[in-house]
Design a protein around this ligand. Sequence first.
Ligand code: MTE
Length: 331
Amino acid sequence: MIIRQRPLHPIPSSEITPKSVFDDRRRVLKTLGFGGLAATMPLWLPGPAEAAWRPTEGKALSGTPHPKYNAQVLGQEPASLEVVSTYNNFYEFGLGKGDPAEHAGKFKTTPWTIKVEGAVEKPGTYDIDDLIKAEDIEDRVYRFRCVEAWSMVVPWLGVPLAKVIKRLNPTSKAKYVYFETVFDPDQMPGQRRPTLEWPYKEGLRMDEAMNPLTLLAVGVHGQVMPNQNGAPIRLIVPWKYGFKSIKSIVLMRFVEKEPPTSWSVANGREYGFYSNVNPNVSHPRWSQATEKKIGLNNIFGLPIRQPTLMFNGYEEEVAAMYAGMDLRKFF
Ligand code: MTE
């Protein structure tokens, strides 16, 4: 593989616009002679409620607490905001865990648009506020398991990806969704080096993308997403290794064939397309059987390790999607 650079995971060092408003807008557009155009325009034109959330770092943000995905049901306290926002992987801002917090401070996240293209009935360039509605934001506490054999429990704020996708009306040709991170080497010094093939790219099969667990996250710990965690909008796929959870998304493309992903392009032997958390399939260079809980030490000051759970503990919700697949082959 082209990338032999350090560190390829150096282990183990350890809308809704109310219908009445929406109908009114359509009626006005029609009256003005924009009937045909209206059909091709984003469904969610900016409305009065939109100012309720803005991707401004540090701003308080709340979401409807999820009845199941919360700390009580999980039986684990989330890692603190301090830990979640200072121990990061965001190679666009450096390779060290502290680099993103140190170097992403000035990263500009407003305005922010997301291009939607491919096999979809409503392609276009959408302002983030047109895709993410304040009233749709949920508060969900998820386990987060990195391929580097560490984990955290994180209270994300986000909207189920399925909700956004349904409004975009993918066509029957859409079998996968492909995502890209912004490419801006002026702001992202890491993109000036060929650590990975930039921009960072990821993909999900349509059923994975539509799974109710999959989130488009815009915040964490009661505030708008810190830059280092992938502001203003990132994916969270809790039953997969963390690298599937692509940050700072600017493109969603609906495609027929399995798309390339940054990590599988860099090293397909070590990183597969699926990357489901699986304690029974070791990474070629280390075991995935256990994980270190970041930010938690035992009474002797040593990191707490725990067994890794199949599909990161979300087996009940996701196993059926992989029925009949050899998970050693499709890793
Ligand atoms: N997205 C982009 N664009 N660039 C990255 O380097 N790192 C991935 C993922 N998404 C990464 C990314 C990896 S390896 C992990 S573990 C998670 O982001 C880390 O998310 P966190 O920093 O919020 O914990």
